[in-house]
Design a protein around this ligand. Sequence first.
Ligand code: PGA
Length: 254
Amino acid sequence: MRTKSILLAGNWKMNHGPADTAKFLEAIEVKEKPNAKMRLYVPYLSLQAALESVENRLLPIEIGAQNVHFEKSGAFTGEISAPMLKEVGITQALIGHSERRQYFNETNDTVLKRTVFALSQGMEVLLCIGETLAERQANRTEAVLEEQLVQILAQPDCLSAFGTKLHIAYEPVWAIGTGVVATPEQAEAAHAFIRGLLAKKLPSDQVNATRILYGGSVSPSNFAELLKCPNIDGGLVGGASLKLDSWTQLWGLL
Ligand code: PGA
C-alpha cells in the first residue's frame, strides 16, 4: 500500500489582488496536519502580500506562482522568470494549466520547456494535464494523457525529479469551473493510468512518491469521496479555494 502524502492546492487564477490576498490570509485559521500540506497558487502581483502574511502569522501554507517562463530573462513581454520568482522567495509553480493551453496557446512543447527550466532552477513544479470533453467522448482520454506526458517522460531531468520536485495534477477540462466533477471511478481510472505511465519509466519508490492531484469542481461535498481513491493524493482547487469557508472546510476533510 502507498502511504499518501496529501496536498491541498488552491489555484486562485486571476482572482484576489494583494489587498484581498492579505485579508484572506490574515483571517484564515489552519491547524497543521501530520500528513497533509496546504498550498496556494496566487496571481504574480499577490505573491509578496501572500508571503508576508504567511511569514507574519507563521501559517503552514506554501505559496506558488501560476506559471513560469522557460528563459532566465530577455525579450518576453508579460512573462515572469524563475530567478525573479526565487528573488521574492517563490519556489513553487504550476505549469500547463488547461486555461494556459486553451487561451494562451501553451502546447506540450512549451509546457516541457517551462518545466525543464523551472526544475533546473531548483523550483518545484505541479504539471497539469487533462482531456477535453470531446476527447473523452471520442474515447481518447488515455491517448491524450499519454501525449501530454510523453515528452516529459523522455526527459532525464524531469524523470529524476518525479516524486520530489515534480508532481502531476489531473484536471479533466470538462470538469474545470463547470460544477461537473469527475466521478471517483473516472478520476481513479485516469490517475491509475497516469501512475502506470510513470511506472514504465521509474522505480516504484519514485512512482509512489509522485503526487497525482485531482482538479475540476472539487468542493467540500465531493472531496472526501475522491480522496478515498488509492491514486488520488489531493486536490487542485479553483472556485472553492477563493472563499475562506469552503477552503477551510476542504482542509478540515483531511
Ligand atoms: P475549479 O478549478 O475547482 O474551479 O473547477 C480547478 C482548476 O482549474 O485548477
